[in-house]
Design a protein. Structure first.
Length: 472
């Protein structure tokens, strides 16, 4: 199976190498024309193509380096080599334009240079124009397929070569027309053509220079931060987008996103949300994404969620949270699970800290009552044979199946298991109940059933009932 990354690297290198070969041919042709014609327009084009050759070589080298994987010295990869390559190309373009402008003003105001236009010169320039068109299209095709700032800069250079070559051809044609029809003032058309080429070079250089400097200074692409922030804010589970930062290295972006999530969310939920955010940002722009989640109280957070958040912040496990409002007094009860190896003094200290945290949730008085129980960590094993317990299991199951007449919610009970563990008898079973009933009502029924079993069989220490919906 073909490796997509290897294919991309190979095609980008081939395009860069083709650019180098084309630049060599163009420099040779235009240097020949400079010797034949003495045209400033052709000279400016030859210099432009000479710098294009240097730029093409730099592009080829930068493409080879930029696709190398990240290493210890370059943890963000080598993409900046492409930006630096484009920056160097911009500097070379500006130097070329300044020289051409200087030479043009010299020829316009201070000295006369004989120009020898010919059909050969125009034909050679037309061949150069064809090469420019072919190379610009080939590079643009690769850039559309595989984004690369260095190749894009090279394609932009050759696109401007097309226009500047047309301007030079026009300048030589006007000089030739001046000699043919005795219009000596048209001799200045060549210098003006040179100025036009210099103008094109400066225009292209300013655009390319701004982009490369922005990339080297980590300027975020216009509008991208807002687009990412809007997309992330729409993801379920994100309360708010606090900050988005984007930086670019070559054709790759690095995105840091800070988001607010519910403070009661578990670590696994936050991790899943981070994965979803990374995937969504990757759909907008190819990027390496880092997500930082900040816990926040969601708007309209209930008292129960706030209590669980306080416990979670303290690293405590709670359940069976209930609250009662009586006049101006709020009563809160809950079960706190603590390490079974703790002493009462240490466990009570944890409960007291939790009580203080709950009281800070509201301005009014809160009365908190915490039931402390051991957090299960020990895996026990039965300490008696199964025969005696099987008989007790059958007795409990028969007893439970006499209770549907008393409890309308109950359909039947099954899978009763009784075990003696560490000198305590533990019973568990499944009870089928009406599936449309609210879970609060089901909880009350299971609690009542557990109490009835312990009343009927006092030797049973604990009863655990698992409710199931009746699907008949």
């Amino acid at each position: 199976m073909t490796n997509p990354l290897a294919t991309e690297v190979r095609e980008k290198k081939q395009a860069a190498l083709l650019s180098v070969g084309s630049a060599v041919i163009l420099v040779s042709l235009k240097a020949f024309l400079v010797l034949r014609t003495g045209s400033l327009g052709v000279l400016s084009e030859a210099l432009h193509s000479g710098l294009d050759l240097v730029a093409a070589v730099i592009t080829f080298l930068s493409v080879r380096v930029s696709d190398e994987p990240a290493d210890e010295r370059h943890p963000y990869g080598h993409g900046k080599f492409e930006n630096f390559s484009a920056f160097v190309e911009t500097g070379l373009l500006v130097l070329t334009a300044l020289y051409v402008i200087y030479e043009a003003f010299e020829r316009l105001f201070f000295k006369t240079v004989h120009i020898a236009p010919s059909i050969t010169a125009i034909l050679v320039l037309l061949v150069a124009l064809t090469i420019d068109l072919t190379r610009a299209r080939a590079l643009s095709s690769v850039v559309k397929k595989y984004p690369s700032e260095a190749l894009e800069a090279d394609a932009l250079h050759f696109s401007t070569d097309v226009w500047s070559t047309i301007v030079v051809i026009s300048g030589i044609g006007l000089v030739w027309a001046g000699e043919t029809w005795n219009m000596p003032w048209l001799i200045y058309a060549d210098a003006l053509a040179g100025l036009a080429v210099a103008g094109i070079i400066l225009w292209v250089g300013s655009r390319l220079g701004k982009r490369t400097v922005d990339a080297l200074l980590d300027v975020a692409p216009e509008g991208l931060q807002k687009e990412i922030a809007r997309a992330v804010a729409r993801i379920d589970g994100v309360l708010d987008v606090d900050r988005v930062r984007v930086r670019r290295a070559g054709n790759r972006h690095f995105v840091d996103a800070t988001v607010s999530v519910a403070r009661t969310a578990s670590l696994e939920q936050v991790h899943a949300l981070s994965d979803a955010i990374e995937k969504r940002i990757g759909e907008i722009v190819p990027s390496d994404v880092m997500v930082h989640a900040e816990p926040r109280a969601p708007q309209g957070e209930s008292l129960f969620e706030a209590i669980r958040a306080v416990a979670q912040r303290m690293g405590l496990a709670v359940h069976d949270v209930s609250a009662l409002q009586q006049q101006n007094q709020l009563f809160v009860e809950l079960h706190l699970e603590v390490d079974e190896n703790l002493s009462l003094r240490d466990a009570h200290r944890q409960a007291s800290e939790l009580e203080d945290g709950i009281r800070e949730l509201r301005d009014g008085p809160i009365d908190v009552n915490i039931h402390i129980e051991p957090l299960g960590r020990h895996i026990a094993t039965p300490d008696v044979g199964g025969g005696e317990m099987k008989q007790l299991s059958r007795s409990i199951e028969e007893f439970l199946n006499t209770l549907p007449a008393e409890f309308d919610e109950l359909v039947n009970c099954h899978d009763v298991h009784v075990r003696k563990v560490e000198h305590r008898i533990l019973a568990s079973c499944h009870c089928t109940m009406k599936g449309t009933l609210p879970i609060t009502q089901i909880h009350d029924v299971t609690a009542a059933l557990e109490d009835r079993v312990k009343e009927r069989f006092p030797q049973v220490h604990r009863v655990t009932i698992h409710p199931e919906p009746f699907e008949g």
